[in-house]
Structures are given as C-alpha cells and as structure tokens.
Design a protein around this ligand. Structure first.
Ligand code: AMP
Length: 379
C-alpha cells in the first residue's frame, strides 16, 4: 500500500459546488489544504478552500498547473471531461480514478457496465434514431423513460413516454442526441446507500436511506430507511460489489428503486458524496465528506456509526420566492442543523442548502425537518 497523504498536504477538488464545500470543511478541520478548480468564480467550495482556480475544464494548461501544486485530486462533480482527469493524473493520483468517472458520467456506459456485471437494473435499450426508439418501445412497452445517454442529473434531459405520439415529441426534444430508453419502474420507494472504499480495499457504508423526490430532485432523506433487514443486507451487498468491481477509492452512492414486488434495481451511481448522505455531517461519527478525505488520502476509514435517527430536507431556491427565509424560525427548533452553501443567487430548483433534524425516531426527525422547513416561509 502506498504511503498516506498526511495532514498539511493539499487536496485538489475538481468542481466547486456544495459537495466540494462540505468536503473542504472536513478537510480543513483535519489540517489539510484545499485547492478547487472550476469554470466559476466566488463558489461554494472556493469560499472554504485555500485557493480557487477559475478555468475551463478544457484548459489543460491550467489543469496541469493546478495538479502540479497539489498532492491528490478528487472531484465533487462527475461531469468533468476525461481529458481533464488524464491531464491531472500525469502529476498526481486521481481518486476515484478516471475509469470510474468515465462510466458514471454516461448513463449508457453505466447501465451497460451494471448489466454486464450481473447487477440488477431496469430493462433498457440504446437509442440512436427514431427507428431504434420505436423498436425499443415495442420491446419494453409503455410507459417508458427516454434519457440522454450523457450529462444528465436531477431528471434533466429525460421524459416519460406514454404513447407513440409522446415518443415522437420526446425524440424531437432530445434533438437527435444519443439516448437510453428505460422501462418505467413502478417503484414502492427510492432508497440509496452511500459507501466508501479505502486504498487498502476496506469498505464502509452508511446503511440504507429513504429518498423522496419532488420534480425529479431529492427533497427529503430519512435515515435509516424503513425496509426489511433482508433488503438492507441486499442493498449493502450490491453496493459493496459495485465499489469492488469499479475499484473505487473514495465515496460512491448507489441509488435504487425498490419495486412493489420487493426487488432492488439500481437507478444510478454517483462517484462522490451524495445529497442523500448529507445527514451524516450531523448524525454520524464520520461524515461522508471526511470519509472521502480519508479514502483519497489513504488513511483508515472512520466509523460510519449513526448516533441518532435523522432526516434531511433540501432547501431549494424556491424558498426565497417571497424574500429572505425566516432563519430564526427554523433555528428555533433546537435539534435542527442549518446548512447553507453560500450561493449568490437563489433560482427556483437550485440547491441552496439543507436542514438536518435529529430525533428519537426517524418519524420524529422527519416531522421536525418538515416543520422547520415550513417555518422558513412564515413571517
Ligand atoms: P435520474 O436523473 O435518472 O436519477 O431520475 C430522476 C428521478 O426520475 C428518479 O429519482 C425517479 O424518481 C424518476 N425515474 C427515473 N428513471 C425512472 C424509471 N425507469 N422508472 C420510474 N421512475 C424513474
């Protein structure tokens, strides 16, 4: 095993959003320096980092200069071009590696990797033309979901197809981009597992959590999920196998559908800390962000023990619609933790922050987090 990267060293983060910000908070707490590179200025990660480099991911000279001044690279945003990662990898280790990123940033590659590895996924087809689409709809049936093959998140670049007429419109909307057609899963719920794998192959997970989405964006996470122990075991074993097969060094989230017949199907992989793991900042011995740091620096992984039942509610820009939210009203709940990402502009649908509630039970935490979020829009 290679020698660990010790406190005092500099960790580079590709991307500069809230995930990088929370990573940087964890890293600085442990005495590391953080440099971030992204095309944006005055960013959530940059506010915390020692150094914020403002450059396009395609500016490989800048990427090389960034990489030459740090000890390891990780990322908080998986849609970084592979060439960027390769340019950085000529100077320093990139963890997780470029191969993981390459698979996870492209739905078709991801689904093909999962299906070929024997992992459970909804039936899907590769779509390159409207003829492919009608053949695939004949095979998979209605409804189905058409998604762009690359660069999609939070439901962007996808549409539900209920009829042949919808198919024509959906294909036109994609503008001829390569796509994936997926069978619609009539799920009972959506769950996820955030896990980490160390440089020595050690594995740690945060259990199974329940995720509720609104308009395709994560809204509430409840931890732990109320699922039978057999589902918990199976979801964790699938997650462990995915991380091993991909040789992940770092944190990865596996998102699942749980079908009404009790079958787990993988929806998506995220090769980084995930929104459904934000509660770990307040509720667990080691947060997902500290765990990412430990993994990419080759330190032993920390305990993932959850100290209390927890619930997390996202704060989207919509909450600012009628002016500044009522922060004191949310802070009046003593077991609520407020996280804001320092984003300069509150746009509808934009993730601006989150609340975490700790309770005596998951139900209590979920009720509290909803009440606190509701209080933000009271006078
Ligand atoms: P994605 O961006 O692929 O994670 O999709 C965002 C959300 O759309 C998911 O969390 C689901 O709520 C819904 N969704 C995506 N794919 C499917 C599917 N095949 N069947 C049913 N719902 C889906």
């Amino acid at each position: 095993m290679s020698t660990p990267i010790l406190p005092g060293a500099t960790v580079g983060v590709l991307g500069s959003g809230q995930l990088g910000r929370m990573f940087a908070i964890a890293a600085r707490r442990m005495g590391y320096r953080v440099h971030t590179l992204s095309p944006d200025k005055d960013t959530p990660t940059g506010h915390i980092a020692d150094c914020e480099i403002n450059a396009s991911y395609d500016d490989l000279d800048q990427v090389r200069a960034f990489a030459a001044n740090i000890d390891v690279v990780t990322f908080e945003f998986e849609n970084v071009p592979l060439a960027t990662v390769e340019a950085a990898a000529a100077f320093v280790p990139v963890r997780p590696g470029g191969a993981v990123l390459h698979i996870a940033q492209h739905r078709l590659r991801e689904k093909t990797f999962l299906a070929q590895g024997g992992f459970p996924v909804a039936p899907f087809r590769h779509i390159r033309s409207s003829d492919d689409l009608s053949t695939a709809l004949d095979a998979l049936g209605y409804p189905a979901i058409l998604k762009t093959a690359g660069f999609g998140y939070d439901g962007k670049g996808q549409s539900k197809i209920n009829s042949a007429d919808d198919a024509v419109a959906a294909w036109r909307e994609l503008g001829g981009q390569e796509a994936v057609l997926e069978a619609f899963v009539d799920f009972e719920r959506e769950v996820s597992v955030v896990a980490a794998r160390g440089l020595d192959g050690s594995f740690a997970h945060y259990g199974v959590v329940d995720n509720e989405h609104r308009h395709h964006i994560l809204d509430i996470t409840i931890a732990p999920a109320e699922v039978p122990p057999s589902i918990t075991r199976e979801a964790i074993e699938i997650t462990r196998a995915v991380l091993e097969k991909l040789d992940v060094i770092g944190v990865m989230c596996v998102e699942f559908f749980l079908s009404r017949s009790g079958q787990l199907l993988i929806n998506e992989l995220a090769p980084r800390p995930h929104n459904s793991g934000h509660f770990t900042f307040d509720a667990n011995v080691t947060s997902q962000f500290e765990q990412q740091l430990r993994a990419v620096c080759g330190l032993p992984l920390g305990s993932t023990e959850q100290l209390r039942p927890a619930a997390m509610a996202n704060l989207l820009g919509d909450i600012w619609q009628h002016g500044e939210p009522n922060w004191p009203a949310a802070c009046a709940f003593p077991e609520i933790k407020l996280h804001l990402y320092g984003k300069l502009e509150a746009r509808p649908g934009r993730k601006m922050g989150h609340l975490t509630a700790l309770g005596g039970s998951t139900q209590e935490a979920a009720t509290m987090v909803r009440a606190a979020r509701h209080a933000l829009n009271t006078k």
